[in-house]
Write a new protein. Structure first.
Length: 511
């Protein structure tokens, strides 16, 4: 199990996440031509941004899974499971669920922009999940902030100790390369092959002010502590440029050397260790129509324990009866390969027709229930109106599919025929309309809803019935059939909580 590294790449938009993903795959030998992630036409085989709206806007709006291997100098092989996440804050729920399935993360920072507000949110999500972070400061070959300012911002945003593992020599037009503190090696920009090996101090051709910076960095920051990093108390910081392909080799070596192997996962039955014999896993993502020609539906399972073998039977917690998994898949973006076996830490795709949902646990005994994949109360609510009323059935199917994926949440009011969708950010609504048209041939418009937010209701049956008798016009069911209070304001939520002390108005719901 120690040869598995399952990690996510997270960043705000335009920090260079897709380019870094490509170069990591290139370093691992998974692709042979830089540019294939963004290539056009027939060459677009390795892309991680495969949706129509992603291609049109140049952004990632869904998580992608890519598996590749890289040989170590000693002959051993490391299997990397790379999960590329949406950069936009409107898709923070998808990012959160993805982080439940990884053991570490690379945070990509734009050297020119530094820490942005939405970057801080991503950091907070990592802290909530106790995910160890390696920070990669990208685009250091361009004019930007001072290195020390960037390090201070990272330390402030994470509330962690930062340790520079490399150092940019010059910035912008004066950029000369990256000094790797671990090996005292200078990686030069492409076209300059000179290297300085075995250095004990900066070479003579480094400007005096840069040499002084390096000395200050080495004296002012502590030593890297792998235990503190894995515990979430420290982040190593690497500098480089994904576009120019330097600093990337050091980064992937750091993942292999320092990032934790598969970690234990929390469950209702206690912590499940990866060394356990029983095959267990959980569904953290469902994606429909990755291949529009076949109308496919893939559930992504993080394997937690045991050795999975193709054809074995596992029981989904929501189904209650065993299912034989005949065609498990390993992914390279849209490219696929049948997985004969998989080990803890691996991400396996399971084709299905609606039997598997986000939050499901799969196990041999059906006695394990993994936790930690919640739904969050939506911040925007809209009514869905069909342009063609005869396509009601198609709309219902589409909304059910997209709510299972986590693109939206859907609520069915107790009174009234118009269904309501809930999202965290406006961009999710754009994705909804785009995918309804492109994948389901359904044209719809979104109208203002009379509600501001939603809360899941929990409590004794008698209290729920009494509340429903007086508030039927404000009640809905979610996709699972659970009762939801549709609130017109935050004040409305507080008022009803005070008036109904036997009920819980929850802003989250465990999937």
């Amino acid at each position: 199990m120690s040869n598995r590294r399952t990690f996510a790449i997270i960043s705000h938009p335009d920090a260079g996440k897709t380019t870094l993903t490509e170069k990591l795959l290139l370093q691992g030998g998974a692709i042979h031509l830089a540019g294939e992630v963004k290539a056009r036409g027939a060459a677009r085989r390795a892309r991680s941004d495969w949706m129509k709206i992603e291609q049109q806007r140049g952004i990632s709006v869904t998580s992608s899974v890519m598996t590749f291997e890289k040989a170590n100098p000693d002959g051993s092989v490391i299997t990397f499971n790379l999960l590329d996440t949406p950069g936009h804050e409107d898709f923070s729920e998808d990012t959160y669920r993805t982080l439940t399935a990884v053991d570490s993360a690379i945070m990509v920072i734009d050297a020119a922009k530094g820490i942005e507000p939405q970057t801080r949110k991503l950091f907070e999500v990592c802290r909530l999940r106790s995910v160890p972070i390696i920070t990669f400061v990208n685009k250091v070959d361009r004019e930007g902030r001072s290195v020390f300012e960037t390090l201070d911002e990272v330390a402030d945003a994470l509330a962690l100790d930062v340790v520079p593992m490399s150092w940019p020599i010059g910035m912008g037009g004066e950029f000369r390369g990256v000094l790797d503190f671990a090996t005292d090696t200078i990686s030069r920009p492409e076209g300059d092959s000179r290297e300085f090996l075995g250095l004990r101090e900066p070479p003579a051709d480094i400007p005096a002010e840069i040499a002084e910076e390096i000395e200050l960095a080495q004296a002012g920051y502590g030593e890297f502590d792998p235990v503190a990093y894995r515990h979430g108390d420290m982040t190593p910081v690497y500098f480089g440029s994904a576009l120019k392909n330097f600093g990337v080799a050091e980064l992937i070596d750091a993942i292999a050397k320092y990032a934790p192997p598969p970690r234990p996962q929390p469950s209702e039955q206690g912590t499940i260790e990866p060394s356990g014999k029983e095959v267990t896993g959980f569904i953290f993502k469902v994606q429909a129509n990755m291949d529009p020609q076949h109308r496919d539906r893939i559930a992504f399972m993080r394997l937690v324990s045991g050795t999975f073998k193709r054809g074995m039977k596992l029981t989904p917690s929501a189904l209650g009866k065993p299912v034989a998994i005949h065609s498990p898949i390993l992914f390279f973006a849209q490219d696929r390969a049948i997985a004969d076996t998989a080990e803890p830490g691996d991400i396996v795709g399971i084709p299905n027709h609606g039997t598997l949902r986000v939050g499901d646990t799969l196990s041999e005994s059906n006695k394990v229930r993994f936790t930690g994949l919640p739904n969050f109360a939506p911040e925007i609510l809209r009514r869905v109106a069909l342009k063609d009323p005869t396509k009601t059935k198609q709309l219902r199917k589409a909304l059910d599919d997209l709510s299972e994926e986590g693109v939206i949440q859907v609520f069915y009011p107790e009174i009234g025929g118009q269904w309501i969708v809930g999202v965290v950010g406006q961009l999710q609504l754009d994705v909804l309309i785009s995918r309804l048209e492109a994948e389901y041939k359904v044209e719809a418009v979104l109208e203002a809803a009379p509600f501001d937010t939603a809360r899941w209701l929990k409590g004794p049956d008698a209290a729920l019935k009494q509340f429903a008798d007086f508030n039927k016009s404000n009640l809905a069911k979610d996709r699972d059939g659970d009762p939801v209070f549709m609130a017109r304001s935050a004040w409305d939520v507080s008022y009803q909580q005070e008036k109904n002390p036997d009920l819980v108005f929850s802003a989250t719901k465990e999937r």
